[in-house]
Design a protein around this ligand. Structure first.
Ligand SMILES: *[C@@H]1O[C@H](CO)[C@@H](O)[C@H](O)[C@H]1NC(C)=O
Ligand SMILES: *[C@@H]1O[C@H](CO)[C@@H](O)[C@H](O)[C@H]1NC(C)=O
Ligand SMILES: *[C@@H]1O[C@H](CO)[C@@H](O)[C@H](O)[C@H]1NC(C)=O
Ligand SMILES: *[C@@H]1O[C@H](CO)[C@@H](O)[C@H](O)[C@H]1NC(C)=O
Ligand SMILES: *[C@@H]1O[C@H](CO)[C@@H](O)[C@H](O)[C@H]1NC(C)=O
Length: 383
């Protein structure tokens, strides 16, 4: 779902209401991604990398000044980001992407992360930029020359924690919110404060903070700037599956218990991993899909700013599916083009893939994790 800053608060309130409402409404926002994010790796990634000439490595930039603000990774190390400068007429345009990587849900789990890049900048290496960060103009005509930033994710809790207390027994720091603002401050100094166009995007566990911080990101940029936000695979609505719900419920209450209790409450509820779908699970998926489609605004809604709903499962479209060969294609329309048209207010697409009742395997098999029953929505109305 794509949010334009000015509507963000209302829309978010609306989403909240929906999620807190009746069962049918809980199922409504069906921006579905798998939550088996950390474990499933694409078996053909190496093949894909060989075929993709658009990858390039960027080294991390450590934000030492963040430490004095208490903005640190789980292990207390300074946070970091990856930066590739814009060029040509893109020098005043910025994509700031918040990376994902699931969550740590208990102390043992979080301590485990402190020995990896997901919990400590000590372990952060180069990062491969690709997808929306591609510098090849024909592959990525609208964003190829922008300043490109990826915020490293090392707080274990979707950049929302702001817990002052550090238990000396674990030395775990839950400070993701401070990390976001410390890096934002650094980027503003680097030139973001002069942005003409800017996009705050987040993938997976990074999608939630892209929504949460959309308004303050907007407020820190010039009023004349075009500023929009993109949540890529970062909605986790409550799926009523008794077995799996228990699993995910435990997971999310763990995250909330550790670091986001007072920030986002318990509405950030997860989805089923529809891995081995039984007939009744298939039926649930179909019901979710039709509830979602019924609830979408119709094409004649004057506040509508676009809809693009596909039925292919995928995760991390920003990095993995942004070039034309592998973009999501519904009736010849690519999601990348629909997005750019929406971003630049060129045209608002209204497109729903009506041909598939259940999610399709995507051809390129570029799946890190599988998000069955996927909906991709471009919508900017206060309902
Ligand atoms: C980026 O760096 C990693 C780790 O050093 C390496 O495996 C990978 O091949 C590099 N990718 C490119 C496109 O150079
Ligand atoms: C912590 O979470 C991990 C991952 O979900 C789980 O495997 C482990 O059993 C949990 N440990 C404790 C002590 O709860
Ligand atoms: C640029 O992107 C296009 C479209 O994806 C691709 O066909 C072409 O090979 C790429 N060129 C280079 C030099 O990477
Ligand atoms: C998702 O749905 C497809 C069929 O549409 C199925 O093959 C797959 O196993 C399902 N789940 C996962 C996790 O792959
Ligand atoms: C559920 O749907 C998938 C995809 O169409 C199908 O492959 C699978 O056989 C279905 N499961 C059952 C039990 O019918």
């Amino acid at each position: 779902m794509l949010l334009e800053h000015s509507r963000n608060v209302d829309l978010f309130r609306h989403v909240w209401k929906m999620m807190m409402g009746s069962r049918s409404l809980q199922l409504l926002i069906l921006f579905v991604c798998s939550l088996t994010i950390t474990t499933i790796e694409c078996s053909e990634c190496s093949e894909v990398k060989k075929q993709n000439p658009n990858l390039y490595n960027i080294t991390r930039t450590i934000v030492h000044s963040a430490v004095s603000k208490g903005a640190v990774c789980l292990d207390g190390s300074p946070p970091a980001y990856y930066f590739d400068p814009g060029f040509g007429d893109g020098v005043d345009n910025w994509i700031v992407q918040i990376s994902g990587g699931a969550w740590c849900v208990n102390v043992t789990d979080c301590i485990g992360r402190t020995k990896t890049q997901l919990g400590s900048s000590k372990y952060m290496d180069k990062l491969e930029f690709q997808g929306i960060h591609t510098k090849n103009k024909s592959a990525n005509p609208d964003f190829y020359n922008w300043n490109k930033v990826i915020l490293a994710y090392c707080d274990g809790g979707s950049f929302v924690g702001d817990v002052e207390y550090v238990d000396p027994a674990t030395n775990l720091h839950f400070r993701g919110k401070r990390i976001f603002y410390a890096i934002l401050e650094e980027l503003l100094k680097k030139g973001l404060k002069n942005a003409k166009n800017a996009l705050l995007a987040g993938t997976s566990a990074g999608g939630y903070p892209a929504v949460l911080y959309c308004d303050s990101f907007r407020d820190s940029l010039p009023t004349a700037a075009r500023v929009k936000c993109l949540n890529d695979c970062g909605y986790f609505p409550h799926f009523k599956n008794p077995e799996l719900e228990r699993n995910w419920h435990d997971r999310f209450s763990g995250v909330a218990e550790l670091q986001i209790k007072y920030t986002i409450g318990d509405h950030m509820t997860p989805l089923v991993d529809a891995g081995k779908c039984s007939a009744s699970q298939n039926q649930s998926l179909q019901e979710m899909r039709s509830e979602f489609l019924n609830a979408l605004p119709k094409g004649d809604n004057p506040k509508l700013r676009g809809v693009f709903v596909d039925s292919v499962h995928h995760h991390n479209s920003l990095l993995k599916r942004w070039i034309p060969e592998i973009a999501i294609n519904v009736n010849g329309q690519l999601h990348t083009e629909a997005f750019a048209d929406w971003y630049f207010d060129r045209k608002y697409t209204y497109l729903i893939d009506e041909t598939n009742e259940l999610p399709l395997e995507n051809n390129a098999r570029l799946i890190w994790a599988v998000d069955n029953a996927t909906a991709r929505v471009i919508y900017n109305a206060t309902l």
